[in-house]
Design a protein around this ligand. Sequence first.
Ligand code: 5AD
Ligand code: SF4
Length: 353
Amino acid sequence: MHSILAKAMETHTLSKNEIVFLLGNTLPFEEVCSVADIVRHQYVGDAVHLRGLIEFSNICKNNCCYCGLRRDNKNIERYRIEPEEIIQMATTAVQELGLKTIVLQSGEDMYFTTDKLCFIIQGIKKLGVALTLSIGEKTLEEYQAYRNAGADRFLLRIETTDKEVYARHDPGMSWEKRANCLTNLRKAGLEVGSGSLIGLPGQTVESLADDILFFKEIDADMLGYGPLIPHPDTPLKDVPKGDFELAIRVMAVTRLLLPDINIPATTAMETLCPDGQRIALQAGANVIMPNVTLTDYRKNYELYPGKSNTGYTPKKTYDELVKKIESIGRYVGTDSGFRVKRQAIGEDTTCRM
Ligand code: 5AD
Ligand code: SF4
């Protein structure tokens, strides 16, 4: 094994130059993946945690240049699902599929006031599952209100730590404000999820190494990476798509440096490469977020084109995933899959449950 991989495996610490080396093409892709797979097995075991994703509104006040939900895109049919129906969808997902975590995701839709969101959170928490929110930038007080209502986790990708690249692609938004949201999520007592888009124009391997170091510094509990998939109704329609292998390498190195966190095999990986999620599961990932939004709504939650499984029912999506997971000798997690800070498996230092 290359000495940098051996060091990463033993110390879970690397310099920026060492990370850049692992993200480049010098070492074979398979070698980096298989070391991440070993570390994943040592720290979080063979369970794959399934988080049922409900995309409850595709209305967004922001205008991110890469995203099909951006406010200037007039070519999509906008929808929002009312609170009672969201709770009903979650109830069906939990009762029919046995999911242990529900993720509520939306654009930044101001219709969902704190009161409405807390009503939904309380309704879903009655099901006895963990609840993750992915609803954008809010104030500390709002994050605290969600936590008090029962929310457990929050996903907010930083997208890139290169502030210039961020400013170019997220007009009207502020990188510092977004980073501060991550601090506030931690203050509010929520598990903190973040991640990056891989393939933004101007992004470099050096800046991806910075992303990983940033996530280590904030001690993120979950990290998801998506290769950029250009959307025809956005300003990035003509840019090259993100590099699948690079996205997997970033994910694998993240597993080496933050060995006990939760890392999803993302839908964008599966969309870009037909076997993408299986490859990700064998390169450090231990989470999948099956879409449990009802089929009629799904087609309009088009962050990027060709999003996999948009025509599937929740049950069909779930069954296909279980087959995939079991075919590689893994199993569906039986608990909520909170991050457990570990030295190595069996040596818990803290536990939230
Ligand atoms: N390709 C891949 N991922 C995208 N996202 C938004 N647009 C795209 C795209 N074109 C991701 C962003 C956002 C998440 C919800 O979806 O990283 O944080
Ligand atoms: Fe809105 Fe999120 Fe899309 Fe940006 S990435 S336009 S915040 S839904």
